[in-house]
Each structure stands twice: as C-alpha cells, then as structure tokens.
Design a protein around this ligand. Sequence first.
Ligand code: GLC
Length: 562
Amino acid sequence: VIGQRELRRWTSPFQVAARRRDNPPMPENTPWWRHAVVYQVYVRSFADGNGDGTGDIAGLRSRLPYLRSLGVDAIWVNPWYESPLNDGGYDVADYREIHPQFGTLEEAKLLIEDANQAGIRVLVDLVPNHTSNEHRWFEAALAAGPGSSERDRYHFLPGRGEHGELPPNDWKSVFGGPAWTKVPDDEWYLHLFDTSQPDLNWSNQDVREEFDGCPRYGRDRGAAGFRVDVPPARVKPPAYPDVGEDYDRHHELSTGAESPMWDRDGLHEIVRRWRSVLDEYDDTVMIAEAWVPSWDRLSLYLRPDEYHQAFDFHFLGSEWDPSRISSRIKQAVEKAGSVGAVPTWVLSNHDVVRHATRYALPNGIDSKHWLLDGDRSILDTDRGHRRARAAALLMLALPGSVYLYQGEELGLPEVHELPTDVLDDPVWERSGHSEKGRDGCRVPIPWSKDGSSFGFGEGGSWLPQPEWWGDYAVEAQDGIPGSTLELYRDAMRLRDEHLRDAGDLTWLDDGDAVLSFQKGDIRCMVNFGDPIGLPDGEVLLASEPSDEGRLPTDAAVWIKTA
Ligand code: GLC
C-alpha cells in the first residue's frame, strides 16, 4: 500500500520536471508501430461514462486527454463487440456490433476520430479462433443438425463409447475441464476455452471469407490495426488425435513438446491470406497474441508476410534475475531481427498477474496459483513496487515497441484479495475452483483518491475495489514528482527524445548483478544486487532516489553519457 508519504520517498532528486509531450512526427519511412508505445485499454474497467458500473466508450473518450498526457502512440482496446460476456467479451456474438454496455458503433467511430485528433491510433481486438455460442452461426449449427454445412463451420463430432456418451477425444480446455460439450442430438463440439466459446473450423471456406471481411470492416472504420486473439490455436488436425492423460499445456509451453491443437504449421498459410487483406491498406499493424514455447517458433509468426508484431511473453514470464532477463532480451532482439521484425515488449495484460505483484513474490513462486491460497506473508509489496518501476525503465529503453497495460503506469498491484463470490472469470468455475482466475488484474482503475468507485464512474464498479485503491489513484500521483505516473510520463518523453530512434543496443559489463546497455546517448542500468556506484554522465531519470550517489538495489537509471 502506498500513501503520499511513500510516494514522496520515491521522489528522485534526479527527476526532471514533468513536461507534456507534443506527439513528435515520426521519421519518414519508419512504420509507426515499430517503435510505438501502445496502451492496452480493458474497456470494462477503464472508465465508466454512464454510471452503470461498467467501463464504456464514453468513459474512454473522456479520458483521452489523460492518455495524451501520458504520451502513448496508440491504444489497443480489448473486445467491445456484442457478447454475452462470459469471457469478458472474448466470446463474440456479432463482430460488427458494439455491446450496448460499452456504447454504439457511432460512439466507437467518434472515439477513433477523437483519438486520432489527439495523435493516438486505435487498435482493436480480433477474435478468430472461436465465436460465442450466441453467434448466429452457432445457433444455426445447432438447429441444422449433424452433417450440415452449418455444423462444418465448427468442430462437431460424434462421441466415443457405445452410445457416444464420451467426448470425441481427451483434449482439455485451457480454462479446465474437457474441451468438448455434448449437444441435445448427441454430437459434441470443441471449445478450447469456455463451453460458450465454440472453436471455428478454419478449413471451412465460409469461416475464411467471413474473417477476410473483419479487418476490412475495422480498417474502414478507422482502426489502425488489430491484436489477434490466440493465433496458435487456429488449426486442428482432422484426425483429432488424443494427447494422453499426462498432457499439460503449461508443460508443453515450457518444454516445446508438440501438440495436435496448438501452433500447427498449417496456420501460417491462413495468416498470409489475412496479411494480404491488410496490405490493401497502408500502415496497418497486426499483432499476434502467441503463447508458444520458444522464440524459434514465435519468429515464424513474424515473417515478412505474416504478423507485424507478436508479444514477447518470454520477457513477461521471466523472473527477477539479471541473467535470465538479459538472455531473453538478447534472444528476442536476435530472433525478431532474423525475420526483419522488432521485438514487442509487455510486462502485464488482462490475462496475467500484474507485474508489481509478480515481482513482489520470491522467484520460483507461480503467481497464478499463489493467488488462490498462497502464503500472503511472502508478498513484499514494496519490493514489487520498486522492481516494477525499474522494469518499466528497462522495457521503455529497449529497441522495438512496448505495450503497457492500463494501470501499470500507476504501479497498480494485483487485487489478490478479491472474495471468490465476486469472481467473474470463467476460469474459476471451469478449473473446479483450483484457479482464482484473472479478475484481480481487471479491477476498475482508480482515478480519484476517494469518492464513488474512486472516480471510475458514478455507479459503483463491476468488480469491488479494495479500500486502499485510492492511494494509487491518478489524482494521488498526477504532478507529484517521483510518482509512478510521472516516472512513466518522463520515461516516455525521454524515450522519444533519446531512445526511440537510436537503433540497436550494446551490452555493457557492469558486473553480474547489473543489467547494463548503451543505446544512443543513453546508458540504461538495472541493479539487481547491492547498491553500486554510477558511471560519469547526467542522470536523466531514475526509478529510485540515489543512495548517496549510488544506484540502489532493484532500481534502474538512464544516464546521458555523451
Ligand atoms: C486470449 C485472451 C483471453 C481469452 C482467451 C480466449 O488469451 O487474451 O482473455 O480468455 O484468449 O479468447
């Protein structure tokens, strides 16, 4: 928990006065997204314009000045389409309509216009692996029955066992439980996520054609690009082979074991087709949310005729350890470069435990499982906060683009204490209550120190906010030198001035406990060990006050060396 006192303690003597950045023009011929800072808006939880307790487009529009003052180049908006919201909107019932809770298509267009006016591009989410079970296609498939062309758009199969009472194979849903659900006429449909998210069959022509239209539709309404949901799931082998009892998706991700339903080579041909649609438009970007075991696999998605970018979840998943972090950075830079792409850094998103909390736990603790019933006494909030600030300076100094998750600029930790009876994430039920799910990183943003839902809106908040939430509010940090908000603002402004176009980085040796590199005229140092002396140069920004001229533990600094 931070209050004003602690915020003052974090005030850095080096810190430059907060200045607002006037979006500078990009150098000619550099696609904007190659060096962009994109801010992820989980619209349900960002700002509530109509006081119904849920964030919406009106709320987001009203906060554009805030995003401009932060200095972001673009926003990525999580799905805002028509949906029963069983999986927060990743269960899309109509890809061409906005959910009334979030607003209207007209408002979405106005948002995009206003954002563009403010120099901020807008990326939207595309969810092509599955629809909602309330999508007209799925309803038609249920009505049409086995063997129909309507069913062929999904994966419908007869069951196994004497009377088809067993699922067609042993695949499991990512959220827990079997990946198959039986319908009244005894066929089963595949859903790698929630039961309400039937997987589409991408060998079906209707499916391909429909999704050629989606990027066009979005682009024609002003979207500058697309974040694509779970690309590695797109292709399933027609034989639907069993994976065996011991199959474990997390094991697969950590070992690189092959899987019949993830990361199949055949999906790249689908991506190429999409990319050719996007290439009808100038300057459009497509980002893959690809959880794959290695950078060798990830780089395949980044070939010149596929995705422009892919989140580097290896960086996100790294423990607070200098050699692990630096080896992941080196790998990302090298492998992305090998296919002509740039790395795309991310520390938090709406699916993972916020990094201020991950870093507050000892290395080796699985934060996702810790959330449910882990020992709270091992949580060191202050340490997590310091490390999160240092990590921000590290990430914003790296080559490539950066995705920030709403609230990280406030230093928000995970709300790990959400009572289980308020949980909304389907993971909680699907996992048989063995995983708490992702709600703790989706709690609505605190804008003011107190008042109704801490300034989120006039009508409460769809997830409860903890009483200490106001300590992290925008109001508590705005204009306060050394606050995390001002650290991010300064970092983004200095990134523009010194780092964005400075080319490659050169690694430096400042000892085993220090991650250190030079980029342009900036030396970035992150100290994982005991306080260390600083080299010559002007300290432009530091994540912590200096410790008698030394860089403290768990702190980062940008030094102008030339
Ligand atoms: C992606 C989304 C996640 C969603 C899942 C299923 O991983 O980021 O929130 O639950 O896909 O669509």
